[in-house]
Design a protein around this ligand. Sequence first.
Ligand code: CO
Length: 352
Amino acid sequence: MDHRQLLKTLSETFGLSGFEDQVREIIRDMVSPLADDIRTDALGNLIVTLNPGRDFVLMLDAHMDEIGFMVSHIDQEGFLRFTPIGSWDDRLLGALRVTVRNREGRTIPGTVGSTPPHIQDPDEKKAPLKTEDLFIDVGAATAEQIEQMGIRKGDPIVPWGDFLALEGNCLMGKAFDDRAGCAVLIRVLEAFAETPPDFTLAACFSVCEEVGLRGAKTAAFQIQPTVALAVEGTVAADTPGTPDRKIPSRMGKGPAITLADRSILVHPKLARFIEQTAIDAGIPHQIKTPLYGATDAGAIHLAGAGALTGVISIPCRYIHSPNIIMSVEDFDNTIRLVLEVSRRSQRILDRA
Ligand code: CO
């Protein structure tokens, strides 16, 4: 499967935090032929191990979940009220198309309803959107029709977001945060299946990152890595109106290396090692501006007695929107950098 097909499949799959089952099944099918051991833990993390049982354990992490909503109430008139899962900018919600998944696993399309400008008074036009006033319309006229569709309170919702290949060698999709990271891990596992590592490699496809780094916490406790890398989609804000000092990363400038974010201060030994590896291998890269964002690395580095943990990210414009844009070159270079750092990872311990 080529990059585009892989990213399309992963991004379009339904996988709200806590409801990652479909994403996990797809990834399991892809990677199980490559694995020496593969298992799903109690929370739903998929842990794929190559060459188990060695002293040196490298953990690679990418989260499967995406942000979305949950049905919180069903109006008599057949409208769904909802509550956000993960961090949303309310201003994006006005005309958002969504997919609701019922308990039988059937997906039902709909849209967040809005008031047409024709009947808004001037104050209304200027007022910010409030999630509590919003509703989803799936085409039902009554609560009974909603029941017939099999939709119930607590059902998960994600934004609608067809994958699109844009001109300029860019891709657009709803869930590159962090399915692009999942795709990187799949490519890295493929490479290591051809040239097996002489250490233990544990790739973890984690659940519930978007609601507080939850899956990675218990996964790292089980894996007890020596060294770990979280592979993420991060904020590219190289767009009009953002001052230089507030741009965490730029699209097209290569994978972003984290020194510090809100969840971790990367050990300088590891941060320098990642940067030096990129330089030695001739891989374009950039340093992510501190201290924006938080990643699974924040949970992983605190597991057990602690693990040297870093973050390598693919710059994503419009992250936490249904229209995330990333560059194919950045994606490729992230695979290269994660692979190079992984191959050399045992040398990190040699450094002072
Ligand atoms: Co993410």
